[in-house]
Design a protein around this ligand. Sequence first.
Ligand code: ZN
Length: 233
Amino acid sequence: MSAVVFDGEEIPLTIIHSAKRRTIGLTVKETGEVILRIPPHVTEEKAVSFAQSKAEWIVRHRAKFESRKRVERYYAEGETIPFFGRELTIRRIEGDKVRAEILEGELLLTGPAGTEADVFREAVIFLFRREGLKHLRPIVSEVAKAAGVEPPMLRIREQQRKWGCCTPKNGIILNVRVLLAPELVIRYLVVHEVAHLEHRHHQDSFWAEVERLMPEFREAEQVLKEQGWMWVF
Ligand SMILES: [Zn+2]
């Protein structure tokens, strides 16, 4: 098995031979796994020595991911949760039925004493999906108009990995976790999916349209990359 060595530590490499690539690719996944993608004209030996030359960079990235603690939410009194760029403070109210509502900067969670966090989590996701639609629809319409496309049908879903996608029949689906992001990122994800309605790929023409619709999109991508892991329920 191939590995790079840094300060006496051996870091294994997952090697993928890729017929489509033209250059060597090196990525560190959030799990700490290091992936080395090798194009057809490069030998494995040469690619591994390239990875070795980047050992310090690899170690730095793995350390960054390790420092990320899982965000734990208990849905307890006084806790905060973001919604559309502002922090809502949770207020717990005792009542027979489980209910979640947003009122003047607060997230009111009603339920019997001893209600588990998971029950409130589901109620909050349900509420955010509904409220999120109201906030997102005007942005989707505005971006669609600027892009010169029919306003797509918008849906919000709970998804593990993807932030968004578009459907074959003029629809876009956004991850409910998007609603925990800053507004800049929310807007970017709308722009990204709307741009896909006409450009169903990630080629230059797609990125040119994204930039036209949102010149500061790179800043949003950076925030997404660095903070996205925190936007969980
Ligand atoms: Zn995309």
